[in-house]
Ligand binder design. Structure first.
Ligand SMILES: Cc1cc2nc3c(=O)[nH]c(=O)nc-3n(C[C@H](O)[C@H](O)[C@H](O)COP(=O)(O)O)c2cc1C
Length: 401
């Protein structure tokens, strides 16, 4: 490849040379095109080998790992994506989740929010294209805001290609996410809550720990279905039409749901009943989850269900590493939130607001963190790198040419 070249990653399902040609003609230099159509991009499984064992490298061997070099060494990546159910589809989502190896586990606070430290000196501009003709204005805005946010966290400039009568390359900028536009609803009572576990982790999953506590407290009133069991998806998608009360409980992955959760969501159809969401994330601030909260509000409408709300709880990554007693203390308010929902048919808004704190960090905390707190958090990662004999290579840039 030519260094600094502009590359297109076509992640769409259907062949569409016409759009590709239009996009190519918008640039006055040749674009390298990588067609990932029909190629499965494996979902990230949250193993964190790319941070802690083989720094900068994903352990999976698929088409995605083959194009890491092209991604990192280009000056612009143009991503052609499909949408589904009003969001980017699971393939595009998997692409973002699998981009995590290009960043360090180490954290810095920027603008009151945690960011991962850059592994490489610079990152390509991110240019997004999706067909807007199948979206309503609100969905288009939710997707655009989300994509801007992804690029912002990936330390890249963000652009969108819009094809109307003419083709426009529009720079994207920060906008207040359109979350909390729909109020939390309520239902008479919940006899049974079906909870989908959206963590892709096979072991040491924080979600699994929390859901174990919820099962313990609520017994028969909850039915947990683990979305890792793909063989059951068809049956569950069918059941969804009749399951009265459904919750999606998941870790935050690149500001939204893990890609396999999106894939399952794509199979759901409109049906009566309620829907709610619970997002737990690594970073402590709930603002990190606002973009997917905005999407979940729209998804509820799309699925025709009563939206009971989205619970956001940050700072959960350390849960599985804590002693049992500390785990239980941390899990307790999350169990209470779901207990309230099941017993009262609605969330207790006061508790939900408390769980969501902090929304962002203030300036003083930001300064103190970057002086002292950062060292403490960094040592959490460094100790694991040392234990894996990977500390010496932790600052490697494996794909840099
Ligand atoms: C690929 C990937 C992307 C992630 N993206 C985010 C993110 O955008 N914001 C955040 O706060 N945490 C993020 N996390 C951290 C997880 O949300 C957090 O570790 C969570 O507690 C994992 O839950 P689990 O063990 O149940 O899978 C990400 C983790 C992975 C593996």
């Amino acid at each position: 490849m030519i260094l600094g070249m502009k590359v297109v990653f076509d992640l769409r399902e259907k062949e569409d040379e016409k759009t590709l040609e239009i996009i190519k003609s918008a640039y006055d230099e040749p674009l390298g095109v990588f067609n990932l159509r029909g190629e499965a991009i494996n979902s990230c499984i949250g193993c964190w080998s790319c941070w802690l064992k083989t720094p900068g490298r994903c352990i999976m061997n698929d088409r995605m790992s083959e194009i890491y070099k092209e991604y990192i060494n280009s000056d612009t990546v143009v991503l052609l994506m499909d949408t589904a159910h009003g969001f980017i589809n699971h393939r595009a989502k998997a692409f973002f989740d699998r981009t995590i190896p290009h960043y360090h586990p180490h954290i810095e606070i920027v603008g009151g929010e945690c960011h991962h430290v850059a592994r490489y000196e610079s990152y390509p501009d991110m240019v997004f294209y999706f067909d807007k003709s199948i979206l309503c204005d609100a969905e288009e805005q939710v997707i655009e805001d989300y994509l801007y946010r992804v690029a912002y966290h990936f330390k890249a400039n963000a652009y969108r290609i819009i094809i109307d009568e003419e083709t426009k390359l529009v720079p994207l900028s920060s906008r207040r996410p359109k979350n909390k536009n729909i109020e939390f609803g309520s239902v008479e009572s919940i006899e049974k809550l079906v909870v989908y576990n959206g963590s892709p982790r096979k072991s040491r999953s924080n979600t699994a720990l929390i859901l174990k506590g919820i099962s313990r407290e609520l017994g028969e009133k909850v039915e947990i279905r683990d979305l890792k069991e793909k063989n059951s998806w068809q049956e569950w998608a069918e059941k969804f039409k009749h399951d009265e009360h459904v919750m999606f409980f998941m870790p935050l992955y690149v500001h939204a749901m893990p890609s396999h959760v999106m894939e399952f969501i794509e199979s759901l159809s409109t049906s009566e009943g309620s829907i709610s969401f619970f997002i737990q994330s690594g970073f402590p601030e709930s603002s990190q989850s606002y973009y997917v909260e905005a999407y979940f509000e729209h998804l509820s409408i799309k699925l025709g269900r009563t939206y009971l709300g989205t619970v956001i709880k940050g700072g959960v990554e350390s849960l599985q590493g804590r002693p049992i007693e500390a785990q239980e203390k941390m899990i307790e308010p999350m169990i209470n939130a779901i207990e309230n929902l099941v017993n009262d048919g609605k969330f207790n808004l006061y508790d939900i607001r408390r769980l969501a704190r902090p929304i962002r960090f203030g300036k003083v905390i930001e300064i103190l963190f970057n002086i002292a707190g950062k060292k403490f958090i960094d040592s959490f990662w460094d100790q694991q790198l040392i234990a894996n004999d990977a500390y010496d290579i932790s600052f490697d840039r494996p794909y840099e040419i």
